[in-house]
Design a protein around this ligand. Sequence first.
Ligand code: ADP
Ligand code: MG
Length: 343
Amino acid sequence: MSYLSVNNATKQFGESFKALNGISVAVERGEFFTLLGPSGCGKTTLLRSIAGFNDLTSGEITLGGANLRVVPPHQRDIGMVFQDYAVFPHLSVFDNVAFGLKPRKVSAEAIKARVAEALAAVRLDAMADRLPAAMSGGQQQRIGLARAMVINPQLLLMDEPLSNLDAKLRIELREEIRDIQKQVNIATIYVTHDQEEALAISDRICVMNAGRIEQIGTPQEIYGNPQTQFVATFVGTLNFLNAGAALDAMLGQLNLSAAAAKSWAVRPEHLDLLVDGAPTSDGATLSGMVSKFTYLGREAHLQVETEVGRLVVQLANPGMAATKAVGETVSINVQPSAPMAFD
Ligand code: ADP
Ligand code: MG
């Protein structure tokens, strides 16, 4: 049996709306498990149900084999980190972190030691006496993380903990969260709507859509082998190909039959610009007119109108892309393993 099991969970609000509609997930000991999906898909509702802040309409939740639904929220051994940090502004960093230990009958001596350990883990040990108001968002979220960890919980829940931080700090802190989680080895459920964050941080990702699960898998499985069109388009960029003779011919060059699937798509990074239109022996060739050029720093996107539809081509070398102007005709190589099939 899995460490945490959620089985066929539903949560209904009002007469008929189901925020969760038959959700089953299993999280293993020490696992970093991420709920990924657009705003409103039910991520927070699922997290709050596990924490006990709301009760499911139906379904089971077990933690370490025990029925969690009968345990009151304050007795659940769960640490939670929130998007808005939820630190107490009038308490010092130390007291914020110690807060969760007070009702747990831990001696003053032990509180001191455990808070010190938690603050060291999030690199705030030099700031124990400061007030949160005088600290940055990133530092406040470190307090939130230390406070959740200090009780040494059976489970850590994090609801979009990085969403209020700026881009650079978000990347720094997500790596730190990942490292700390692996160190303390506490099973963690992490919520985000940011696909790149989910890919970077998770052992496994559960992609949710409208109260249901679309796919559960490792980051590589989710990105490389999406099982539904929703997953394929939510995680990464995808070009869907128009059905017709041009598609049949393109797939034919790759020894694929268009009839084998309902729809076909390719990722931008599986298309290459052919310099001087030189054909390759490997892959299929398309031609089209450049309709847009987007420079993104380490890469560039070329939008090309082809016989199989509008394609975004990812160029790893923006210097080369810059030489392709809107209105120019270009040849594109479709890598042999590029086509993704969907039913
Ligand atoms: P997410 O965290 O993925 O953005 P939520 O779990 O917060 O999504 O919400 C899922 C859906 O349930 C949304 O449509 C939201 O409006 C609705 N919802 C959440 N909480 C309540 C509530 N207490 N009462 C009514 N509807 C709610
Ligand atoms: Mg939410």
